[in-house]
Design a protein around this ligand. Structure first.
Ligand SMILES: Nc1nc2c(c(=O)[nH]1)N[C@H]1C(S)=C(S)[C@@H](COP(=O)(O)OP(=O)(O)OC[C@H]3O[C@@H](n4cnc5c(=O)[nH]c(N)nc54)[C@H](O)[C@@H]3O)O[C@H]1N2
Ligand SMILES: Nc1nc2c(c(=O)[nH]1)N[C@H]1C(S)=C(S)[C@@H](COP(=O)(O)OP(=O)(O)OC[C@H]3O[C@@H](n4cnc5c(=O)[nH]c(N)nc54)[C@H](O)[C@@H]3O)O[C@H]1N2
Ligand code: SF4
Ligand SMILES: [Mo]
Length: 747
């Protein structure tokens, strides 16, 4: 790689024209369609079913892929024995076959080249691409050490590349699912109960009497079994309390919708604690038996009355009292849901602590209808030599954040910037299964960092925006075309699921395990990849686990009996929580010792200046982040995002539904594309809302390119959580532009 600026490549690679093809939408929701019935009852011999688990999001529902005699995938259906999906996939999972059929897929390895002064990609053979990667990695190891090669990953391909990097001597690894997603809640709950929340969340929604959702928009957030259990809970008369500045789908199904002023949730939760304690309706026995720090907490929250919180949150004191009593009434079958994408305002670990403390006061952790004790089956590691010990890695890079439990993506990116004081210089980057330019905020940091790299590889299935920054792009085949790791799920009962290819990989695409092995062998790491086919790895693992590939191909999912003890607390026995003293920490000495507030406090966050609105974002049921926007089946359901605007704001600016607008943020960053307005009472007047994942810039994405706004490009201000390094993203403000700001410029 030369030192010249690495330009973002958004044009088609030379000789790689996109093929236009018609798209057929499959029946997304019909679970009783004719074909479904046929395959379910196995009446037709024509279909072959193959076990898999879904990769359209990270819930990993176990499923069956049905192929016909011509080897065409006809349908993907949930596995009845799977506790992640209870036999039904969400619309995205059903539409997952579009990941396979998408004609815009990456088809061959690509290498960056310059033609007539223009940077572009050229097709390359696998050997050429893999040789190039191996020689670059070797060179970097010689000059800087293997630690200087970083991996940013997400999803199934990640583990194969992680194995490669660790074998080579690098633990410089991070994923956006931590610092851009659930990191703060893991820290907050760990500090309180001594264990992570993890995925799937061990929320006993099925048996709950009261579910409290604080910005957790289940229903738009389509985490399958949670949505199904929530819908059952509603049918069974559970009280749903939703705290959301927007009338989310969940809010519309709730007994109480608390349309909170954004960024004030900690104040609400402190006042809930105040009511529970002042009225003596917390679980006294549970707290006496299992918790420490109650006296400190009682004193701390005595000042945080509902009247105090009203002025901050705009939620009326009687509503605060009524909802607190509703929770206490249902307790311990009550859940203050920990949320998942919780990097909001920078005090997110403390907000998670407030959620954890509320759960403790209600006695819900370890109780039926609250949180169950989860369990997973241990999958043994396939025999391989021990990894070498790197001199530094993600931990050292994140050393400023004492309670980070995983790599912090943004900190890893900072290590790429040229700086003589940088103790941990990162020179090469491998990106696998994550579209970092959409998943990570602070575009300037990202572009400067990628620009400074000596070498960058992207492994993806699609020509997503991130591929435009790579020196080498490797095309992975989709989850329907490959073996992958065994899915071991933490749930009420442990279970495993397998992924078996239903069809051959299309084009020249290959599985990530194969790429890892090929690169590994070129780096002299053959001993770590002691198999010809990944199938052998899972065959060996399944045998160790008392089953076989043959059996698993028939059943897809295997449920094991619990070994760790009962799902809920046994009140007659003493129970030690996995904290230092076996007790729940209402007051955190650990935080205190590190110089942080030992109990959560409300801090005021910046508010939008005149003419600006808070940029709020979330999910749509038929899309997963940016990955599904070009999927022919799912694109059919929603082609672009729209901008939710309160009627009051629409009146002031003079906006109508359907009107095209652009956005400018507080740092004068203007959206690349436009978005259509949707005037609705469902959003507060101080915010606007859009679904994340749209506004793709790569022209190779024939359906997604140029459609809607990419929220991430407007998130230039980041509020870092000082406890664990999460990147709070909800403090960005936008103005609405009605005139095209790009009239005279090419995008
Ligand atoms: N602005 C903003 N940023 C966010 C969020 C937000 O709501 N708003 N959400 C945050 C959250 S909660 C998370 S978890 C992260 C998610 O961040 P990401 O996981 O990066 O999300 P995607 O945008 O779906 O990117 C996934 C990439 O993997 C590719 N891919 C899909 N399947 C495969 C496969 O089988 N193999 C390979 N090699 N590649 C594959 C897709 O084509 C895509 O490029 O984003 C975070 N960032
Ligand atoms: N369909 C679909 N489902 C998904 C995903 C997907 O891409 N598509 N991604 C999955 C992943 S990885 C994650 S992490 C989860 C994320 O899902 P959640 O954890 O449910 O989502 P968040 O993005 O934190 O929350 C979005 C909600 O918070 C509200 N909100 C905004 N500001 C505030 C505030 O200040 N206070 C309160 N109380 N609420 C506020 C928004 O109006 C919105 O309704 O979704 C998962 N499920
Ligand atoms: S929730 Fe939907 S997209 Fe996610 S794994 Fe399950 S079926 Fe797939
Ligand atoms: Mo996430």
């Amino acid at each position: 790689m030369t030192t010249s600026r690495r330009k973002f490549i958004k044009i088609s690679a030379l000789g790689l024209g996109a093929v236009a093809a018609s798209t057929t939408a499959i029946n997304m929701f019909g679970s009783n369609s004719y074909i479904d019935e046929l395959v379910k009852q196995n009446v037709s011999k024509k279909f072959k079913r193959t076990a898999t688990y879904c990769e359209v999001c990270f819930w990993k529902c176990a499923a069956w892929t049905y192929t016909n005699e011509d080897g065409e995938i006809k349908k993907i259906i949930g596995n009845d024995d799977d506790s992640h999906c209870y036999g039904r996939l969400c619309p995205r999972g059903t539409g997952g076959v579009g990941m396979y059929t998408d004609e815009d897929r990456l088809k061959t390895p690509l290498i960056r080249t310059t033609v007539n002064g223009e940077q572009t990609f050229r097709k390359a053979s696998w050997d050429e691409a893999l040789d190039l990667i191996a020689s670059k990695f070797k060179g970097i190891k010689e000059t800087h050490g293997a630690e200087s090669i970083a991996l940013i990953k997400h999803g199934a391909p990640g583990s194969h590349l992680e194995h490669l990097l660790k074998a080579f001597g690098s633990d410089t690894i991070a994923e956006p699912a931590y610092a851009q997603c659930r990191g703060p809640r893991e820290t907050g709950f760990n500090l309180t109960f001594g264990s992570w929340v993890g995925s799937p969340e061990p929320t006993d929604i099925r048996d709950t009497k009261c579910l409290v959702l604080i910005g957790s928009h289940i229903g738009e957030n389509m985490h399958n079994s949670q949505v199904q259990e929530m819908s059952d809970a509603i049918d069974n008369g559970a009280t749903i309390i939703t705290v959301d500045p927007r009338l989310s789908t969940a809010a519309s199904k709730s007994k109480f919708w608390l349309a909170i002023k954004p960024a004030t949730d900690i104040a609400l939760m402190l006042s809930w604690m105040n009511v529970l304690i002042e009225e003596g309706i917390y679980d006294k026995e549970y707290i006496n038996k299992y918790a420490t720090g109650f006296d400190e907490l009682k004193k701390h929250v005595s000042q945080f009355t509902p009247e105090w919180a009203y002025g901050i949150t705009t939620i009326k004191p009687d509503v605060i009292r009524e909802t607190a009593r509703a929770m206490a009434h249902a307790a311990p079958a009550v859940i203050i849901h920990p949320g998942r994408h919780v990097v909001w305002y920078g005090d997110d670990s403390q907000r998670a602590r407030a959620m954890a403390i509320l759960n403790a006061l209600l006695g819900s952790w370890g109780r039926r209808g609250g949180f169950y004790f989860k369990e997973a089956a241990k999958v043994p590691n396939f025999p391989a030599p021990a990894y070498p010990e790197p001199k530094w890695g993600w931990k050292e890079i994140g050393e400023k954040y004492p309670l980070a439990q995983m790599g912090i993506t943004n900190e890893v990116m900072k290590c790429m910037l040229p700086d003589k004081d940088n103790k941990y210089p990162v020179k090469a980057l491998m990106v696998a299964g994550t579209n970092i330019t959409k998943a990570m905020p602070n575009k300037k940091l990202l572009e400067d960092a990628m620009d400074a790299l000596d070498f960058m590889v992207v492994i993806d299935t699609m020509p997503m925006d991130v591929t435009g920054y790579a020196d080498v792009v490797l095309p992975e085949c989709t989850y329907l075309e490959r073996y992958d790791d065994i899915r071991s799920a933490t749930n009420r009962e442990p279970s495993i699921a397998i992924r078996v290819p239903a069809v051959e990989p299309k084009y020249e695409s290959k599985p990530a395990w194969w790429m890892a092995k090929q690169i590994g062998e070129r780096l002299g790491l053959g001993a770590y990849f002691n198999y010809d086919d990944f199938k052998e790895v899972i065959e060996w693992q399944l045998k160790e686990m008392g089953t076989s590939l043959e059996e698993m191909e028939k059943i897809g999912v295997k449920n094991y009996p619990r070994k760790s003890g009962p799902m809920y607390l046994n009140e007659d026995e003493t129970y030690n929580f996995p904290t230092d003293n076996g007790k729940i920490h209402l007051y955190s000495q650990e935080l205190k010792d590190l110089g942080f507030d030992p109990m959560p406090n409300y801090t005021k966050h910046p508010e939008p200046p005149q003419g600006f609105y808070r940029l709020n974002y979330g999910r749509a049921p038929m899309h997963t982040f940016s990955r599904t926007v070009n999927n022919p089946n799912l694109n059919d359901l929603k082609k672009e995002n729209d901008l939710w605007v309160n009627p009051k704001v629409a009146r002031i600016i003079g906006l109508k539904s359907g009107q095209e607008v652009w956005l400018k943020n507080q740092d004068d960053i203007i959206s690349t594309f436009s978005i259509k307005v949707r005037v609705t009472e469902r959003v507060r007047w101080d915010s606007v809302y859009m679904v994340h994942g749209f506004g793709h810039q790569n022209k190779e994405l024939s359906r997604a390119n140029g459609k809607g706004i990419n929220d991430t490009e407007l998130i230039t201000k980041v509020f870092t959580d000082p406890i664990m390094g999460g990147t709070g993203m909800r403090g960005n403000f936008v103005a609405i532009l009605t005139e095209n700001p790009h009239k005279n410029t090419e995008i």
